[in-house]
Design a protein around this ligand. Structure first.
Ligand SMILES: [Zn+2]
Length: 151
């Protein structure tokens, strides 16, 4: 809906939310199952000029060559089992990949629960703004295992 996007766009920009990602997610059906969500995210990443590679050892796909602030926030954004960022998997630090793996687990846990779309997704994509890093409950939870931010 263009009307919603034009109203929320400037507000979301203030929070540093990756707008193209947010608009893409807002256009998805809340009825998508987790597997379809992953597929849609990866297809979108490729349409946006990225490349996607499934990790050989871990249940995560890295899409790279994307633009910070448009397609992902801060060091990257994980949606479903897909990590969106600008760095190819071969150049990713292990700590980053492990941290993002925790977010894939969060998705498995939260997806389809707790009024997921209006709460988790919005809050999660706000991770680059006011609730960035350790101030974001999902980052703290990921950090318990991933230890990237040292919350
Ligand atoms: Zn994180």
């Amino acid at each position: 809906m263009t009307r919603t996007a034009s109203v929320t766009g400037p507000i979301l920009s203030l929070f540093g939310t990756p707008l193209k990602l947010f608009q893409f997610l807002a256009g998805l059906s809340p009825r998508l199952d987790a597997k379809s969500l992953n597929g849609e995210v990866q297809k979108w990443a490729v349409r946006q000029g990225g490349k996607c590679e499934a990790d050989r050892w871990r249940p995560i796909t890295v899409c790279y060559g994307l633009e910070k602030g448009e397609h992902f926030g801060d060091g990257g954004t994980t949606i479903g089992n897909t990590f969106l960022n600008d760095v190819p998997p071969s150049e990713l630090r292990k700590e980053v990949l492990y941290h993002e793996l925790q977010h894939t687990t969060q998705f498995e846990f939260y997806y389809k629960k707790f009024n997921f779309w209006p709460t988790f997704l919005v809050y999660y994509t706000y991770g680059t703004g006011l609730s960035r890093g350790c101030a974001n409950v999902y980052e703290r939870e990921a950090d318990l295992q991933g230890n990237l931010y040292h919350c």
